[in-house]
Design a protein around this ligand. Structure first.
Ligand code: ADP
Ligand code: MG
Length: 618
């Protein structure tokens, strides 16, 4: 309890004090009643009302300025002023007081769940220690500086290890609990925690471009994007509120006019009816549900960039996957060198390494690693999705896919056919020089993921830039429904557009990629899912959902969370509306008084809020 109180902001504490003051005034008024000081009692009540209702008036004023006259706040004001007009002072104050208490607890729940998301992502470093220098703010460290990270500290900026050997805790970034071993030459990301030994790190990105800052930014933004269900509620309130007000007016006016019933009684009933009608539970619990869903996902290492994507994920019927780096590890290894036309194996590897030295593609990395010597410089051009070309000793070399070589040498050139592994071909315009076989393996959880998605009724499609035989072999092993191979990045966009056109209104398409060459498709699909830890920055930016651990199984986790969120949202909607309708009828019939009305509203709101938070607990 003490802990809880200490966590509250000054604003929260001020609110508690004000609410206590209102309670004291009410108590004073109650005690003074019957002692012949009626006007003093009245002042007490009015003071209590003014204090308790000021926020509601402020909110209502803000909304009216924005042009929306009918919301829960205007409802409350009409109801309580009406109560005052019929001298039901304590009722008026209590309506406001209870509303404030309910509101206070909801704020609390929202800020606590925000807090728990933030603490999951408690990765923002305070300082960075320069090598043989002082500790400074991470913003002041420049690219190229060497920083020291002691055991137990967070890595403040993205970079590469230059000396030391340590285990890193990456849980905050990836949800993965297994420590990651790093040593000289390994990439490290800000937000990882160095566990057991000091590391020297050469900084490669400035602080505001570092992973940690980007993630925090995304989490902050995530709360702002509204899911369709949330928008529905806003619209709903705009129609609902005037309807309820009209019904209340009729309830107050018609029975006395038509049947000469007591006006006072029916006015009171109409006011009770208004109080009951406040849709607070809906208005407050639904955004909170989505927020909790986003929080639960981030616990599982999945960053969802907004409630709308969480909801859309639920409706995904077609999952489209990129192959390399998404379904497979994307860590190639040269397994065979097949020179032709008088080349030696050593020459072939040397030329391939010269071509590949600047390419970010995993194939390129494997070839450069395979070459034992120093790579000579050359003039290089990346032919995205196909390979690279290089001008070396006056010769133009082409290195890449079958498609690339066919484009260069003509479609009738005879190339060796790959079986299950990818071939990288090397050629000049006139002469075929040979190929390298590079092998990649499936990620350990890929099969299980495909199985689970299939089980959930999803259609699985693979789009790959790789050769047809290789693509088919992998798709076969995974039981994919469809596979398209030898695609360029722009072909992938066209395929996704075609697939989208085939889907119905409610069905959505998700594209899952590692971001190398597939940023445009990520942006095109209904739900773009990117591999975050190793994916490119552009892909992480274009994606709607980022898998921090690059583990395809996280898709299944996120899918389940989105289902749970949807279920809880609809539970809340039906529960809140159900109770509301019952209470409205009771109120109209005079079977519920103002007290019960207030309790019903606060009670439903609290239950709905607690229900929302269940998502986070799971
Ligand atoms: P995927 O769609 O499976 O992720 P990519 O679009 O990244 O594949 O690449 C498609 C194909 O283009 C690869 O299978 C490879 O044959 C070729 N390729 C692309 N970049 C390179 C490169 N730098 N070196 C050699 N081959 C490459
Ligand atoms: Mg790829």
């Amino acid at each position: 309890m003490k802990n809880w109180w200490n966590k509250r902001t000054a604003e929260d504490k001020q609110k508690v004090a004000l609410l206590a003051l209102v309670a004291l005034l009410l108590l004073g008024a109650k005690l003074l009643t019957g002692f012949g000081v009626d006007s003093l009692v009245l002042y007490f009540y009015l003071a209590a009302y003014v204090i308790a209702s000021q926020d509601v008036f402020k909110e209502a004023y803000e909304n009216i300025k924005k042009g929306s006259f009918f919301d829960e706040h205007t409802l409350m004001i009409i109801a309580t002023l009406g109560a005052i007009s019929i001298k039901q002072y304590p009722e008026a104050v209590f309506v406001m007081l209870f509303y404030q208490i309910g509101d206070f607890f909801e704020d609390m729940a929202v800020s606590d769940s925000r807090q728990s998301i933030k603490s999951l992502l408690d990765i923002r470093p305070d300082t960075a220690k320069l090598k043989n220098g002082p500790a400074v703010a991470p913003q002041e460290v420049k690219v190229g500086d060497i920083i020291e990270v002691a055991p137990g500290e967070k890595i403040p900026l993205d970079g590469v290890v230059v000396s030391g050997k340590a285990y890193l805790n990456t849980a905050a970034l990836t949800g993965e609990s297994k420590p990651l071993a790093v040593t000289s030459g390994d990439q490290v990301l800000s937000g990882m925690i160095c566990q057991n030994a000091p590391l020297d790190i050469k900084v490669e990105k400035s602080f505001h471009e570092s992973t940690v800052v980007k993630i925090l930014q995304m989490v902050e933004d995530a709360g702002d994007k509204k899911a369709p269900t949330e928008k529905f509620i806003t619209k709903f309130a705009q129609i609902y509120t005037p309807l309820v007000v009209a019904a209340a007016v009729l309830l107050a006016v018609l029975p006395p006019l038509l049947f000469q019933f007591d006006f006072q009684t029916w006015l009171y009933r109409a006011l009770v009816f208004l109080v009951i009608s406040c849709p607070c539970a809906l208005v407050l619990s639904i955004p909170l549900s989505f927020f909790s869903g986003i929080g639960a996902a981030s616990k599982a290492g999945v960053l969802v960039k907004g409630g709308d994507y969480l909801e859309a994920l639920n409706q995904v019927k077609t999952f489209v996957f990129d192959k390399t780096g998404t379904l497979t590890k994307g860590e190639f290894e040269v397994v065979k060198v097949m020179p032709q036309g008088g080349m030696t194996a050593a020459e072939l590897v040397k030329l391939a390494a010269i071509c590949e030295q600047k390419s970010p593609h995993p194939i390129a990395k494997s070839i450069c690693q395979y070459y034992p010597g120093n790579i000579e410089t050359a003039e290089i051009e990346e032919l995205v999705g196909k390979g690279v070309s290089a001008v070396y000793q006056g010769q133009k070399l082409y290195c890449g896919s079958q498609r690339l070589i066919e484009e260069v040498m003509g479609a009738d050139v005879l190339l060796p056919k790959p079986q299950t592994e990818t071939l990288v071909h090397l050629a000049t315009k006139e002469r075929y020089l040979g190929s390298l076989e590079v092998a990649d393996v499936l990620k350990p959880t890929t099969k299980q993921t495909m199985h689970a998605l299939k089980e959930a009724g999803a259609n699985l499609i693979m789009l790959t830039g790789d050769n047809r035989q290789v693509g088919l072999a992998v798709a076969d092993e995974l039981g994919m429904d469809e596979v398209k191979a030898e695609l360029l990045p722009q072909d992938k966009v066209k395929e996704v557009q075609k697939l989208k056109a085939k889907l119905g209104q409610k069905e959505k398409l998700a594209f899952v990629g590692d971001g190398l060459n597939d940023t445009p498709v990520l942006a095109q699909s209904d739900v773009g899912i990117a591999m975050g830890a190793l994916g490119s920055d552009a892909a992480v930016e274009a994606a709607d959902i980022v898998l921090m651990s690059d583990d395809p199984l996280s898709i299944v986790k996120a899918f389940k969370i989105s289902q749970k969120t949807k279920q809880i949202v609809w539970e809340n909607i039906s529960f809140a509306l159900g109770v509301k309708v019952i209470c409205l009828i009771l109120g109209a019939l005079g079977l519920a008084d103002m007290w019960q009305a207030v309790f019903a509203d606060v009670g439903v709101t609290c239950l709905a809020v607690l229900n929302s938070l269940r998502i986070l607990r799971k």
